[in-house]
Write a protein that binds this ligand. Structure first.
Ligand SMILES: [Zn+2]
Length: 394
């Protein structure tokens, strides 16, 4: 159901992560979040970090905000996206093991920055039946939501990527069975989060759109099977909250994972089948070429377009953002269009100021189009000339 984006035309948001403040030195490790929050220093740093992430988004004027993925530790390439669930779920080993990779489509040789990301895959194995364990997503969402009246969206990685990340499995007979068990565990956690009132839950990176480039997941899960896994993982959620499906073409260390620009077009029919209220597409970094096909294929959900590139430090201009939104509006009605970044900006490499000004440009650009359509404008305090310290406009 529409909740976070209900009754808003052209709402703005980001995908999730934001660059960590330099002073945020506390790390969670394998400790549970609630246990860490007993420590007054951790609690202060965590709450202050969430607070600054929320204020950045509020002063930019975003409608739907995130906690910046503040629970992620400072890991190479943003590995916490994978490692946090694996180090906190039930059924996992205590020690991490380095994974061994064959160099291939998305596995780079030494010398490429993404090889570090492979070397950082020192992740737990599975030793027993998996369960939500100490994921504690509800507690994290509550910490953010009690600091802001704006709807806080909360995101999580999907089970097939977690299943692919474990180096060793001493419990399940194959990766498919492992994926199904992880799907059940995540579903339980997310139902608790939805019951607590979270107004938007984002499922990050179903591997559906990756199939043409990478082949079926584990050599067996094609687009149809991956859609089924997505729908199994979100079972029960849409009756309680707004479900987003996030797709992009890579983000570790703010890098694209493929050498060539990819297209959504071969898998749009499958993506249209996911049980979600909104689907996000990377349409800034990889260009607007898929917009027409996206508009034609996705007809019963909201479409979230990326107008901010998470890979580059060049801040988009508001007129560039507006042009992309206008182009999207020739294929997608305004009632079903949401404006966002292509992916998270906090998986290592971007400064807080770059992320902040990218969000400002996103809101300013969206305001240009809102004005043209006669819609109310978002207040963007960060771009209010009255508060310039040095220049007064004549
Ligand atoms: Zn992404």
């Amino acid at each position: 159901m529409y909740k976070a984006s209900a009754n808003k035309i052209l709402p703005t948001s980001i995908i999730g992560s934001l660059p960590r403040p330099a002073w945020y030195t506390a790390n969670l490790g394998s400790q549970s979040f609630l246990e860490a929050m007993v420590n007054s220093r951790y609690r202060e740093q965590y709450e202050d970090a969430v607070s600054t992430f929320l204020r950045m988004q509020e002063t930019a004027g975003l409608d739907i905000v995130t906690d910046g993925d503040a629970h992620y530790d400072e890991q190479v390439g943003g590995m916490s996206w994978q490692s946090y669930p694996l180090t906190h779920m039930e059924g996992m080993s205590r020690e991490g093991q380095p994974a061994v990779y064959r160099v291939g489509a998305a596995a780079y040789e030494r010398g490429h920055i993404l090889h570090d990301f492979l070397e950082a895959r020192v992740l737990p194995g599975i030793v027993g039946p998996v369960g939500p364990g100490n994921l504690q997503y509800t507690a994290m969402w509550k910490v953010a939501q009690r600091m802001t009246p704006r709807p806080v969206k909360f995101g999580t990685i999907l089970p097939e990527l977690l299943a692919a990340s474990v180096a060793e499995d001493r419990h399940y007979k194959d990766p498919i069975e492992r994926t199904m068990a992880l799907s059940d565990a995540i579903n339980r956690e997310l139902n608790e989060l939805a019951d607590a009132g979270c107004p938007a839950i984002q499922m990050e990176e179903p591997q559906i759109h990756m199939v043409p480039a990478r082949g079926p997941a584990f050599g067996k899960l094609g687009t149809k099977e991956l859609v089924d896994i997505f729908n199994k993982t979100v079972k029960g959620l849409r009756g309680k909250t707004e479900v987003w499906c996030h797709t992009c073409w890579g983000n570790p260390a703010q890098q694209r994972i493929f050498k060539d620009v990819q297209s959504y077009q071969p898998t749009l029919e499958a993506l249209a089948q996911v049980d979600a209220d909104a689907i996000t597409f990377e349409t800034c970094s990889s260009g607007p070429g898929d917009l027409k096909a996206i508009g034609a294929a996705i007809t019963d959900k909201k479409i979230v377009i990326g107008v901010i590139d998470h890979h580059t430090l060049q801040v988009e201009r508001p007129d560039e953002v507006a042009a992309l939104i206008r182009e999207a509006l020739t294929h997608i009605p305004p009632e079903r269009l949401i404006i966002s970044s292509d992916c998270g900006m906090g998986r290592e490499g971007m400064s807080r100021r770059h992320a902040a000004y990218k969000m400002v440009a996103m809101v300013q650009g969206t305001n240009i189009v809102r004005k043209e359509l006669g819609l109310p404008l978002a207040e963007c305090l960060a771009a209010d000339q009255r508060y310039s310290l040095t220049v007064t406009k004549e």
